[in-house]
Structures are given as C-alpha cells and as structure tokens.
Design a protein around this ligand. Structure first.
Ligand code: ADP
Ligand code: MG
Length: 395
C-alpha cells in the first residue's frame, strides 16, 4: 500500500545521484537535467481523434546526471534497473533496443531518425534516477524520454525547441519500444509549468499554459491509482480507436475532432447505437476541455467539478471504459467532499483524478481505502500531484 499525504518532493536533485554517477563512470557529471511525469485533468481518448487534452506536469521527476565522453557511445544506467545499455552513435541506424533502454537510447535513435545531424555528436554517459512510480499511469516513460531529450539537446548543442524534443520522445516510444502512444505525455512533461495545466491541440500541436490557481483556491489534485488493470485493456483500447475511426468515416470527416455537438443529432440518426455513444463521448469531451479552460479563467478551479463529473459519466456510460474500482473511487471522492473526480488514462483499470479541498486529502484517502476494502477491491495508492515545472536543466 502506498499512501502519500504530504508534499514529499523537494524537487531537488536526488541525494546520491551525482556521487552515483561519479562511482559508475569514474568522473563527475557536468550537468543534471530532469523532466516530470504527468496526469491528465480532462480530455480522455481525444488525442488520437486529433482533439484537445489538458494534462499537467507533476512534481515527481526523472533526473539524468550526464557528461560527454570521448568514445562516440551513449551509455545509460538507471537506479531503477539492473542492466546498463549502450549504443554507438555511428550505429544508430541499425540499433535495436532491449528492455528499458528503448525509452532512453531510443531518444538518441529518434533524434537521428528524424533527420538531425549527429555526425559530430560526442558520446554521452548518463545515470538516471526517478521518483515517478513506474507503470502507475503517471507516464514514467515520457518523464524518462523527456529527461534524456533535454540532456542530449544540451550536450549535443542541437538547439531543438520543446516540441521537437516531445516528438523525439514520442518517436522513441512508438519506434524503439513499439507502443502506439500519442504525444500528450511528452508535451506535458516538456511544457508543464508550476500551478498550470497545458492545453494541447493534437491537430495543430499548439500548446497553451492554463493557470490552475490551486494554491490560491486551497485545492489539491489527487491521483487514486486502483492498481487494477483489466485483462481486456489493450483490446478495449484498440476497439475504441476503431469505433472512432468508423464513426468519423460514416460522418464524412477525417477525425472526430472535426465534429461539434451540433453534429450529434445527425450522428445519432446514421450510426448504430454503440458507435454513436463512442462518438458522443469524444465530441462532448473536446467541448468539455474548452469549457474547462474557460471556466478556470472565469470562475477558478472550484467551478470545474461538474465538467470533471460529466467527463467521468461520459467515459462510464458512452465510451464504456470505466470499471467498478474506478467508479467507486470517484463516488467516494465526491462523498468525501471533492469538487470533482474522473477516470484518467486509457481506462479498464488505472487511476482516477480528484480535485478537492487540500484540507480533505487525508480524509479522502482514508475513505477511499475503507470503501475499496469494503468491496474487496485492491487497496488504491493515493498520490498528491502538484502541477509543476516541465523539463529543465537543474545543475
Ligand atoms: P508509465 O509510463 O505509465 O509509467 P510505461 O509502461 O509506459 O508506464 O513505462 C514504464 C517503463 O518505462 C518501465 O517498465 C521501464 O521500462 C521504463 N522506465 C520508466 N522510468 C524508468 C527509470 N527511471 N529507469 C529505467 N527505466 C524506466
Ligand atoms: Mg508510459
């Protein structure tokens, strides 16, 4: 059981990282870089429909201590993994990546594969440390990719902007790991700002920092990780993507993003019931993202609860990706005085995000644990997630 109630992160370089690097590579690092994990406030299953998402960078981060070496080889080691991996820059074309190294060395490959000239790039030694829990839905993968991307961008003097680095991270995940993920996680990790969310338009790849003003409002964000992943998660994800493509085709648009709420009457008339409900989720979710941005600006975070709950209901009833563990977490959060709560992530298990008065964090955690126990569910891990600064050089 994991339950963290206090803001435990100093957001400073983990003790032992610099010393660990020196022990491993025999010489101190010349710099330390870091990038955060992320959570999504609203905008679920909209990314691959070219739609809108509103994630934020969290205070858990992945760090890279690094130094140029004279060998033409990029080496990566991680405190979270037993194996060390390396690739010669000259061999990136034919490189194949084992295990976790695809997330790190895969970024070097992605920079090369996307046409950046690495012929004069020196070798680099990297030691990675992280406070982002692995596989808990907070995108430790994007945190790692983004941390490596900013490290290599600086040490190789590539001068790439943050969107180019986000694309390299996504390409590493798609091409070196083989996970068909969108660009949201990397964008959140690279563009995040303290007390802000990042509005990303997946069609234009434009981003906007959206003030959250949580502290001023006395509110906090929690991730309630059910720790459950249902067996049909991958198949369910694929079938939702197919339904969206089918719906867009039938409606004569390239992406569901190109529909508005006004098109739903026609969609209902021509689509089968299930496809219609999938389409309605995506179309209304895009609208809710924009509503959330507007409501934050006009009325502050205490006013977005209805939108979070509507998003959850839409995922539960129309997109059918929630599970009893997550529905219970959302209901219990509301009973404990949350402003709003919803499933976050791909669904079929995973996590809920809840917005609540900071004074209620402890109470809500207890209630969520008790409710899960009453129903015989696994004990959820409850984490405070504080919207934080994106990737940066720390030292
Ligand atoms: P999530 O991104 O939700 O945390 P993923 O399955 O996408 O889950 O990514 C987790 C994987 O990323 C891990 O299994 C590991 O291979 C890799 N990874 C993440 N963080 C680290 C790290 N600090 N060191 C080494 N590998 C890591
Ligand atoms: Mg991931």
């Amino acid at each position: 059981m994991e339950s963290r109630h206090t803001s435990r992160h100093t957001m400073t370089i983990p003790p032992g990282l610099v010393e660990g690097f020196t022990t491993l590579y025999g010489t101190p690092p010349t710099g330390v870089w870091s990038a955060p994990g992320r959570a999504n406030l609203i905008g679920e299953h909209t990314d691959y429909n070219n739609g809108l998402v509103l994630p934020f960078a969290i205070d858990d981060r992945t760090w890279c201590a690094a130094r140029v070496n004279g060998t033409g080889v990029v080496s990566v080691a991680s405190t979270a993994q037993p194996t060390r991996h390396a690739v010669a820059i000259a061999d990136l074309d034919q490189a194949r990546f084992e295990g976790w190294s695809g997330y790190a060395l895969g970024v070097a490959w992605a920079l090369h594969a996307s046409g950046h000239d690495l012929s004069r790039a020196p070798g680099v030694d990297i030691l990675i440390d992280s406070t982002v829990p692995l596989g808990a839905g907070l995108s430790s993968s994007a945190a790692l990719e983004s941390a490596v991307a900013v490290t290599l961008n600086d040490l190789w003097e590539l001068g790439l902007d943050r969107m180019a680095l986000a694309k390299a991270g996504q390409l590493a995940e798609n091409g070196a790991i083989g996970a068909p993920t969108g660009i949201m996680d990397q964008v959140a990790s690279l563009f995040g700002q303290a007390d802000h969310a990042v509005l990303l338009d997946c069609a234009s790849l434009s981003t906007r920092a959206v003030p959250l003003s949580l502290e001023r409002s006395g509110l906090a964000l929690l991730v309630i990780d059910s720790t459950v992943k249902h067996a049909h998660a991958d198949g369910g994800y694929a079938s939702r993507r197919e339904a969206c493509e089918k719906g867009a085709r039938a409606m004569g648009v390239p992406f569901l993003r190109d529909l508005t709420v006004a098109d739903l009457a026609k969609a209902e008339a021509i689509l089968d019931d299930e496809t219609f409900r999938r389409v309605r989720h995506v179309v209304t979710e895009n609208a809710r993202v924009l509503d959330t941005v507007e409501t934050l600006a006009s009325s502050g975070p205490e006013a977005i609860g209805e939108l979070l709950l509507a998003s959850h209901a839409s995922m539960r009833d129309d997109f059918e990706i929630s599970v009893p563990e997550i529905d219970l977490a959302v209901e219990t959060a509301m009973e404990a005085g949350a402003v709003g709560a919803r499933l976050t992530g791909g669904g079929f298990g995973g996590s809920a995000v809840a917005l609540l008065p900071a004074t209620q964090v402890h109470n809500l955690t207890e209630l969520v644990h008790a409710a899960a126990s009453d129903r015989g569910f696994a004990t959820p891990a409850v984490l405070i997630v504080t919207p934080s600064e994106g990737a940066r050089r720390d030292q």
